[in-house]
Design a protein around this ligand. Structure first.
Ligand SMILES: [Zn+2]
Length: 71
């Protein structure tokens, strides 16, 4: 799953079973309370024309999670 913000045209990666992005942002559920500009919505696929959040990208490569890359 991904979370996208229409405002910034950036998408984030979602932690499994967690309504939070890898980089630590909360995903607003179904338009609930929260500043509009920060609101993220869940999407199943990478949104076209959006760029991946740098922080999520970095975390996904191994920093801050349990993945170990043999290198
Ligand atoms: Zn992110």
């Amino acid at each position: 799953m991904f979370a996208a913000s229409a405002q910034s045209r950036v998408f984030h990666l979602i932690e499994s079973n967690n309504h939070r992005t890898i980089c630590g942002l909360k995903v607003s559920q179904l338009g609930r309370a929260g500043p509009k500009r920060e609101r993220l919505h869940l999407v199943r696929f990478k949104p076209m024309g959006y760029s991946e959040c740098r922080h999520c990208s970095r975390m996904n490569l191994g920093e801050g999670c349990n993945k170990d890359f043999p290198d």
